[in-house]
Ligand binder design. Structure first.
Ligand SMILES: [Zn+2]
Length: 296
């Protein structure tokens, strides 16, 4: 069995835009060096398209390339809550097979097979995936024995020495959060998407949000995603508005307030007080929304 090629020391990370795969991206960068790492995201018809955008943003922040491959077959198959918007996410497991309805059958097998095909084409020797058998959902395609079997199949089927790395396989959510911190990936956590209900800020109620919150709480680390309550672009827009308001306020406070706000005829002390009140409310509100960061 030969090696996969001259890029065998390179790694391809399956990046979903979530917490685990983002941690794996930073793990791969440490293991293989940034120049040797690239990321792969699948557009598989997931109902929350924000995942794809998050993955691209995370890869950009980490300084690695991101490839997005379309696979629309899972949507055609239907039957699960992550690709079928008609099915609500159920926190409980189905009684017949002990799996929640967020399980997309074959997803990780297909992802890793396509990832291996791309790696083969480019001579890349390593795949990295964030699957974990400690995952509370107990997805069977996240188990160690499944990954071993798949690696064996891929090696045989493509006649190569591809290695599937699973750095989080036996990690709890707390350990994953701590690993992200140790690898310098905490900032990127603020760009990730976890919520099964596709909400940003996250809903905090769904199984994915609950599990994520538990991990951060146990690690004693504040989740950067909860601090970044507004999408980056919106935050920048508001920050620019805030700068305008502040400039206007500076002018107002340094000149005749009643004339500036209520017109040149406003003379009463009530008008002055009202003008100060309105301006301070505006400033307080913008501070509340965007924090005290400097305008960008
Ligand atoms: Zn949620």
């Amino acid at each position: 069995m030969g090696t996969v090629g001259e890029n065998e020391h390179q790694a391809l990370v399956v990046l979903s835009g979530g917490q685990d795969s983002t941690t794996c991206l930073y793990w791969a960068i440490e293991q293989f060096g940034k120049a040797n790492v690239s990321s792969l995201t699948f557009d598989y018809g997931q109902r929350h398209r924000i995942e794809i955008e998050c993955a691209a943003n995370i890869a950009e922040q980490a300084g690695v390339t991101n490839i997005c491959l379309p696979i629309d077959t899972f949507t055609a198959l239907g039957g699960d809550a992550l690709t079928d918007s008609q099915i609500d996410v159920e926190p409980s497991k189905a009684p017949d097979n002990d799996l929640p309805n967020t399980f997309v059958p074959g997803r990780n097998l297909v992802f890793l097979t396509f990832a291996a095909a791309l790696a083969y084409q480019r001579g890349i020797g390593n795949l990295v995936t964030g699957v974990a058998q400690t995952d509370y959902s107990g997805y069977p395609d996240c188990r160690q024995e499944t990954i071993y079997a798949l690696q064996k199949t891929l090696r045989a089927g493509m006649e190569c020495d591809v290695v599937i790395h699973t750095p989080l396989m036996n990690f709890s959510k707390r350990q994953t959060v701590e690993l992200a911190r140790d690898l310098g990936g905490l900032d990127a956590m603020g760009l990730t998407h976890t919520c099964y209900n596709g909400m940003r800020p996250p809903c905090g109620q769904c199984p994915a949000c609950t599990l994520r919150a538990k991990g951060f709480a146990e690690a004693g680390i504040e989740d950067p995603l909860l601090q970044a309550k507004w999408p980056t672009r919106l935050k920048r827009f508001i920050t620019r508005c805030k700068a305008k308001v502040r400039r206007r306020a500076d002018r107002l406070f340094s000149c005749d307030l009643p004339a500036a706000i209520c017109g040149p005829d406003a003379k009463s002390i009530e008008s002055r007080r009202f003008a100060v009140f309105v301006t301070r409310i505006l400033l307080a509100r913008t501070d509340q929304v965007v924090g005290n960061s400097k305008p960008q």
